[in-house]
Design a protein around this ligand. Sequence first.
Ligand code: G6P
Ligand code: MG
Length: 218
Amino acid sequence: DLKGFAFDLDGVIADTARFHGQAWHQLADKVGTPWTKELADSLKGVSRMDSLELILKAGGHENDYSQEEKVALATEKNDNYVKLVETLTPADILPGMKDFLDELKANHYHIVLASASKNAPKVIKYLQIADYFEGIVDPAKLTHGKPDPEIYTEAAKTMNLPANQVAGLEDAQAGVESINRAGELSIGFGANLQDADVKFNSTGDVSLAAIKQQMSEN
Ligand code: G6P
Ligand code: MG
């Protein structure tokens, strides 16, 4: 039986995937990498430095910058991202997510955050939902980013639960793969997440009943 939920943040709880996209698009323009939907999608859930490498590679620029210059580029992207984050309010919580957090809390489920973003504590503060989370996995302490299972395995440990009692919620392929490899139940939002155990078109469709319904059909 499920006892805990590990939430991705960007694209699941708030539409911040759009902000990351905007800031990376600016960076891609600067280094001369054409911005495509495929490139944008491939960055979702991926750590800051790994995202930068993907953008440089997509334009054939992977050898054009020193490590120091790469850090400066990533810092510039982050400064632009943080400016966008500072405009967030509780009105930016995606449809249904506040109700779902309330439902989980009312039913005494464990709730943790499993975001690859070092800005996650800041984002949930602006959204005013920090109190729902009993823990936040610190991506700075991880060796491997999504799609490696490490972050979701850590999330289960934070809740003191075996993997088979944990569900993870994701909007990106890298994240769904991470949950699946951790041996947890994957819940995916949006198109192109064929590998998710439970799928919803929109965050507004999620509820405990809707999850159990799909689990009984599988
Ligand atoms: C999440 C987002 C990615 C982002 C990563 C690192 O996984 O989906 O788009 O690159 O976090 O975020 P950060 O805020 O630490 O740069
Ligand atoms: Mg995400």
